[in-house]
Ligand binder design. Structure first.
Ligand SMILES: Cc1cc2nc3c(=O)[nH]c(=O)nc-3n(C[C@H](O)[C@H](O)[C@H](O)COP(=O)(O)OP(=O)(O)OC[C@H]3O[C@@H](n4cnc5c(N)ncnc54)[C@H](O)[C@@H]3O)c2cc1C
Length: 500
């Protein structure tokens, strides 16, 4: 086995958690090596071709996971420099301050976080600056306190969407401009498509490669090794501290020692790597590694009005949080509603294979495409396990009644707004886009593998900084919260570990 020169810090994964943490650590001057199993995405005929992306799945991994019923499936989990953010919708929204406290839902309660919103607030502002978030304050009725304004104004509504905003407001809702990390002009110069679920090759999407990683690599003390897949974390002989990381690159197994390891492989892969690294799982005295897997309950909702043409290209500029804290009649929270990126005929065809594409083009021309999202609650039986190299993901959806309620509310408001046809389709287990919770933070080492700064309770030189740490899924997109905590953890490491 070849040994690589010893860096101070090894980061596994260059997605939202890993890249942002690297950006926070880089100015310290510590020698940082980022191991990333994927390669950089480069421009090709497929990068803006919806048939290649959605019908042929050319960017999906050559990988199958096994679900709770023993069925194999190909997950929409992306292995590139920048991770899942390469295809993300670029919504950069904060958790609500209430999301940090226990919340009663229709089917159970959330546990809350080990700290409150105020503790993370300054780093939310720094994450918005790093990812050049575009937004405006004062429109979203659930908006938490912001001590700093958005760095840039919101992405403009296209004319067809400005009309939708007006239509939804007329039926009593309060649509707001979705906070977003996208330079629209630059994106559209690369092709007239939306960015949601389309891969970014440097066209203005503020993904983890363009944001955190670029900032980190501007420092000479940070190195990125691509095509380098971490296989195991190795403990010192004391069984307490990590010695380093075993990884595969170019068909060869290598080992790198490090003073600190930051595991940021994503909520499924980080849990799998810990489980694979020691009998019973590394950093797993709590027995909680791999448990509490969450992934929002989400549904695509197409509002069709045959009298109106939706000629928008990107569409994705509106959110609605009127049902975030309750159903409007004193009932429990329902969730968030936001526009999807524009769903065209070829995209619909990927899901409705029997229909001719021309008919789907017609549906698309008259449809406005929404995304309803509800909180998934942490359940220890919803979990990632491994069988050798094989990943098993037994996602036990929770709180489904809440989600049904949200979709019903949206349908009813859309009908009131004059859309005679409303089609719905839930996203399934093949879409673990908002996976989280599998190596969660907590104040009690018996109930959580990580302390509130993402340090493993059982292993002082191991941090897990990706969607795994999220103790709740809330009902908003996760990336900005991952980025904010990654910057907070980086500051903590600089002040505590690197000073020692
Ligand atoms: C289609 C889509 C749309 C989305 N839209 C939004 C949105 O609009 N807003 C939002 O907030 N979130 C969105 N998300 C979710 C968001 O992308 C994720 O929450 C976020 O990327 C999670 O960050 P992470 O660091 O946990 O994992 P990732 O960003 O996925 O990073 C994990 C990294 O680790 C690497 N890796 C994995 N295993 C290994 C290994 N063994 N060795 C080395 N490297 C490894 C991976 O290749 C990857 O680069 C979307 C996701 C998808 C798929």
């Amino acid at each position: 086995m070849t040994e690589t020169a010893t860096p101070d810090i090894v980061i596994i994964g260059s997605g939202m958690g890993g890249a942002t943490c690297a950006a926070g650590l880089a100015p310290s001057g510590a020698e940082i090596l980022i191991l990333e199993r994927g390669e950089r995405l480069t421009r090709s005929a497929a990068t803006r071709d919806p048939r290649a992306i959605f019908q042929r799945g050319v960017f999906r991994p050559q990988e199958t996971w096994i679900d709770g019923a023993g069925r194999a499936f190909n997950p929409g989990n992306y292995y590139y420099v920048g991770g899942n953010t390469k295809l993300f919708g670029a919504v950069l929204i904060r958790y609500r301050s209430e999301d940090f406290r226990p919340i009663e839902h229709a089917d159970g309660a959330t546990p809350g976080w080990p700290f409150d919103y105020a503790a993370l607030e300054p780093w939310y502002g720094r994450a918005e600056a790093l990812y050049q978030a575009r937004g405006t304050l004062g429109q979203d009725p659930t908006e938490p306190l912001h001590s700093s304004p958005y760095p840039l104004p919101p992405v403009p509504d296209e004319p067809a969407i400005a009309a939708v905003r007006h239509r939804m407001a007329r039926v009593g809702l309060r649509p707001f401009s979705l906070p977003m990390g996208i330079d629209v002009e630059k994106w559209l110069a690369g092709g007239k498509t939306t960015w949601d679920s389309f891969p970014d090759v440097g066209d203005g999407k503020m993904d983890a490669e363009a944001g955190g990683l670029a900032a980190a690599l501007a420092h000479p003390n940070v190195r990125l090794k691509t095509g380098a897949r971490a296989e195991r974390l190795i403990l010192e002989s004391d069984g307490e501290r990590l010695k380093g990381v075993e990884y595969r690159v170019g068909g060869e197994t290598r080992f790198v020692t490090a003073k600190l390891v930051i595991l940021s492989a994503g909520a499924v892969n980080s849990a799998a790597l810990l489980l694979r690294s020691a009998e019973g799982g590394l950093a797993n005295r709590s027995g909680m590694v791999g448990r509490h897997f969450m992934n929002h309950n989400t549904t695509a909702v197409l509002a069709i009005d045959p009298r109106v043409v939706n000629d928008s290209v990107y569409q994705k500029t509106l959110g609605i949080n009127d049902y975030y804290f309750g159903d409007g009649r004193g009932g429990p929270p329902l969730g968030n509603i936001q526009l999807l990126g524009r769903v065209t005929g070829p995209i619909l065809k990927a899901n409705v294979k029997w229909a001719p594409e021309w008919s789907l083009d017609w549906v698309s021309r008259h449809a406005v495409d929404w995304y309803a999202m509800s909180e998934d609650l942490p359940n220890p039986e919803s979990r990632v396990t491994i069988d050798g190299a094989q990943i098993h993901l037994d996602w036990k959806r929770s709180n489904w009644r809440t989600h049904v309620g949200l979709v019903a509310k949206l349908r009813e408001r859309l009908r009131a707004a004059g859309y005679p046809f409303v089609l719905t389709r839930p996203f399934d287990r093949r879409t673990p886009s908002h996976q989280c919770g599998t190596v969660r933070i907590g104040a009690d080492p018996r109930a959580a593998p990580l302390d509130p700064y993402c340090r493993a309770w059982d292993c002082p030189n191991l941090f897990v900084v990706d969607a795994s740490f999220l103790p709740t899924s809330a009902a908003v997109n996760p990336s900005l919260s991952i980025a904010a905590q990654a910057l907070r953890v980086a500051d903590h490491i600089v002040n505590v570990d690197l000073k020692g």
